[in-house]
Write a protein that binds this ligand. Structure first.
Ligand code: FES
Length: 272
């Protein structure tokens, strides 16, 4: 956020300097392609200003001389000495405008890129995308009991459910449970990405978007979802439950013979 503010401030400063410079030099600007033919070859504001001054002086002299010859020209001694032309050192007005425009565009793009990166970059300390310590083993077990079969950890976009290796004799989930009595499921529906809530009556996961349903272990049961819920690797380290949300493990496919044989334990939450 601070970087974005800095970039925006820099861009605004450049624009202010650009406006000040143009006003200070009081420059006349012809629209593109409308400059008189004789001025089109001039490359800088100084040359343009000098040419315009000379043209206006010629016009004034001609107007004076055309008044029927009655007016007399001032004696040479009283004629004003020609004004010394100011010469501007450094870059021309065109170069300055070009540079200012490019700097403003660059600043704006940098500010936009910084804001986008700040928004999209995963929070690697304690947020989704990191290895998360979600609590002690005892606390998670108590949380699952309190939740009627699940524990939600919003910062990790995870649900934790009890896992019993005796119900998984082929070790289908051994790689994600790592000997722990828990399994971590990703909350995102594998159909189109809605968050799948827990249905307290059926004790299944039931997606409200298009009706996909998964049993307690996140195995596919019904609806348009192509497979079971994705999951995360979970370990227990020194009594703490660690969920690694840096890697999403693809859920079991529809026909993989899901090991948990769990019928709905009550009515479904969509009323069916
Ligand atoms: S997003 Fe869940 S069923 Fe479509």
């Amino acid at each position: 956020m601070s970087m974005t503010l800095t970039l925006l401030t820099t861009t605004a400063g450049l624009l202010v300097v650009l406006c000040w410079w143009v006003r200070r030099n009081n420059l006349a600007v012809y629209p593109a392609g409308r400059a008189p033919r004789e001025l089109r070859s001039l490359s800088s504001g100084c040359e343009l200003g000098t040419a315009l001054l000379a043209a206006s002086t010629d016009t004034a002299t001609g107007a004076t001389g055309s008044q029927g010859g009655t007016a007399t020209s001032p004696p040479p001694a009283q004629a004003k000495a020609p004004r010394r032309q100011k010469r501007h050192e450094g870059p021309s007005r065109r170069d300055f405008l070009r540079f200012g425009l490019l700097a403003s565009m660059g600043g704006t793009l940098a500010a936009f890129a910084g804001a986008s990166l700040g928004f999209l970059w995963p929070t690697l300390k304690g947020g989704f995308g990191a290895r998360l310590d979600i609590g002690s083993e005892a606390d998670i077990a108590a949380g699952i009991a309190e939740g009627g079969g699940h524990f939600e950890y919003p910062a990790g976009r995870s649900y934790i459910v009890a896992y019993d290796a005796a119900q998984d004799p082929n070790g289908a989930y051994a790689e994600v449970t790592n000997g722990a009595p828990f399994m971590a499921l990703y909350q995102k529906c594998v159909h189109l990405g809605c968050r799948v809530p827990w249905c307290a009556t059926s004790k299944w996961w039931e997606c409200p978007c298009h009706g996909s349903r998964y049993n307690r272990w996140g195995e596919y049961q019904f609806g348009p979802a192509p497979r079971g819920l994705d999951r995360f690797s979970l370990t227990i380290e020194q009594g703490r439950v660690i969920v690694d949300t840096s890697t999403v493990v693809t859920g079991p496919s529809r026909g993989s013979g899901a090991p948990l044989n769990q019928a709905p334990e009550g009515p479904h939450c969509d009323g069916s």
